[in-house]
Design a protein around this ligand. Sequence first.
Ligand code: AKG
Length: 300
Amino acid sequence: MSALPAMKEAWPQTRAPERVLSDEQVAEYQAAGFLTMCNAFDPALLQRLTATIDRLWNEGSALQEKTRHFDLDPAHGPGNPRIRRISSPTELDQVFLEVAFDSVLGDIAADLIGGPVKFYHSKVNFKLPDGGAEIGWHQDWPVFPHTNTNIVALSVPINPSRSGNGCLQTIPGSHKQGPRSHWVNGTYALNCNASMSEEDFARIVDNELDPGDIVAHHGLAVHGSSANLSGMTRTTYIIQYVAADAFAYTAPVIDSCHRNRMVRGEPARYARVEQGLIELPPDFSTGYSSIYSLQKSNER
Ligand SMILES: O=C(O)CCC(=O)C(=O)O
């Protein structure tokens, strides 16, 4: 793996947000809990990001067991590389930092959050071909609850993301219905499948995207994705941002040396606390395997 440059500690630095979304786009996000932005990502940066992910995939292909960064499918082996996720890629190559902190994504996050923004974590998800990696219905916030729910994930597709290869699916308006339980009979399921109603299923939106597009989803938006039934891996770089005044109650699911670094605006002086009873995830301080492993035994 390439080492992080010595300037890691000095960069990235926060900067003032630039308004990039229209009032209509922000209103759509607030109403639906997600927003698709077509051709919003810089093509040259996307090219560098794609080349770096390809390089990391090749480096990870030689691994025999999972590492802090590489989560491997049980079928992974020599001649059959099956990497499911690269966690915290911002620690592996500067291009991931540039995308998370220094690109339009930081401005989009600031527009959607409506103020100063912190980085929380990031990951590259590989949805492997031939039936790989169905992700059950879930909300992000209950997996890493913060003092308020003003958190947003931005997904950058690296290749076309379609219904047939397991694109992100969202339930419009679900973010307004509050947190759902991610436990089933005392076992942590990391999904809220049990809460899904007929009405939820009837409203599912398939967010079909091309490279260059971006999709944002709110931390309480119920989302998931089907198995990849195509012959090609579906790859997405996902960055989780949180409002500067939101502070985590629990250990991170994905550790990152960049966690809580400011992306846009100044650090908060006060935490904003939303009232309510918060269902906690298990104690992840001793490690989090991956959403794939944790959800494996649960039918969608
Ligand atoms: O990659 C996807 O389709 C969804 C990812 C997701 O929801 C997650 O990793 O929490």
